[in-house]
Design a protein around this ligand. Sequence first.
Ligand code: SF4
Ligand code: SF4
Length: 379
Amino acid sequence: MFPAKNLKRNLIKFFQQPGYGIRVLGKRLKAVFFYRLKPDFAPLPEALTLFLTHNCNLRCKMCGQWGDAGVTKNKSIKESTMDFEKVKKIIDNVANFKPNITLFGGEPLLHKNIIDIVSYIKIKKMHCLMITNAYLLEEYADDLIETGIDEINISIDGPRNVHDSIRGIEGLFDKISAGIKKITYGRDGPKPLINLQTTITKFNYDKLPDMLEVAKDLGADSITFHNLIYLTHKDIKKTKKEYPFLKPEDWEGFVMEPEIDPGKLIDSLSEINAMKKKYDFMINVYPNFNKEEIRKYYTEKEWFPESYKGKCQSPWICSYIFPDGSLHPCLNFGYSLGNVIEEDFKEVWNGKKARKFRELLKKEGRFSVCRRCTEIFRY
Ligand code: SF4
Ligand code: SF4
């Protein structure tokens, strides 16, 4: 549940937000207990991700949701957004066990009641994090500070020209920078924490060191460089053949050639490592591979690192709710455990379908599509 490679990152997070850290630790230990001794059941989840809407105001080059094979591009607007009353119903239903809530999309700032939703979560005293492309951040910055939101994760792909080119909008970098600075220079205390998230792609892998100055200028609290999630059709076909009910086709948007020169990427990451001491914010690479692992990750498609257990424990810890109210054990499986607008969350979380899924996952350790999933490297 706590891979040594993630220890430093987790410790810093723990000291940044001790109350939150203690709660997470307690819940994580409970999850270990269930995973080992009663694996089809899980304690009530530590984290709940609410997909408020699948809609997005950008069309980024590397997007697994809105790309040609993305899972959401065919969904109607109606089924794509969860209305405020339904969000409140879910929050009320889970408030007694206080999971950490992540608001995600699509783009969560497109939800017309976004400020009411964050306020409602904070009134119920839950930790709240939002993942956003920050297009609308400047407009919402003051209100977000006012809500008491704990953390905002902002996707940023590179310095000005790189970001604008990947995101397809000239001037976007300056627009999101204005929004970020409105928060980092406008907040009274440490919150909301501003975490920059940069996905490593063929478009930016040799420009990553420039991001440290960008993060400093923006006043960010952390920056994380994420290794690219990419899969092969073979991975998806294999899982589909073995376990069709999981509906792994939602992974199709991540099938791509990485087209990343591992030698150059290693140089970029080594440069970042050498410069780390100059900066007073947290700098991470996730998963935190060594040089040989980076080389293999981008060149050997069927490779999996031996330094990680490769047994996914996420469905004992995390839960995902889509705009139609369906509860999912993972982000990219169409397999739904049930509907938490129509039924009680706890009933669905340990219902028949959830237990069947955990039993199978405990037996298998991971499926073939799990090879590059971020969750497989987290616990
Ligand atoms: S902002 Fe996110 S969801 Fe929207 S197109 Fe870009 S990557 Fe996709
Ligand atoms: S590693 Fe596999 S089982 Fe675990 S969260 Fe990812 S897709 Fe789901």
